[in-house]
Design a protein around this ligand. Sequence first.
Ligand code: HEC
Length: 137
Amino acid sequence: MRARLALTLMFVSFAGAALAGGDSMRDVMARDVNPGALAFWAGGNDPPDNETPAQARLRWAAALKGAQVLQARGRILMAAPYTRTGRWNADAKLMIDMGAAGEAAARAKDAPKAFEIGGRLYDACAGCHQTYVPKRG
Ligand code: HEC
């Protein structure tokens, strides 16, 4: 009974693919990369109506933190057990580079620059997904 449970668990972890410290790719994306990107993109987008200066400061602080998360998670994606063959590391590297450039733009609260970097960041997401998650754009 105990042995069978262990085997089942092993199968599940292989099916989930590339687990490190219990984090599946899905965890890394849904918990870290996606919220980080959304926070960063909010820096380059038009501010919400009637945003106060204090709210703007918070929005930029979140954008900066998001850009840092993208760099940190990009580095993790480039290493075992997440890294894969093909264009994977180039897309992860683009995410790191745009995170670094985005961090500087968020520090400067430069919305047009953040918008431009955000577009190139999207290329990293879309490129990797098109190849490795065929159902997603
Ligand atoms: C180097 C490859 C790579 C890069 C770069 C990448 N992703 Fe992903 N992403 C994946 C893979 C692989 C999955 C599928 C994970 C799974 O379901 O097992 C995924 C899934 C997702 C999901 C779905 C998570 C869920 O709950 O099913 C979201 C959202 C996502 N990515 C957002 C992003 C965003 C936003 C970016 C860019 C800022 C990005 N990803 C960059 C590889 C990547």
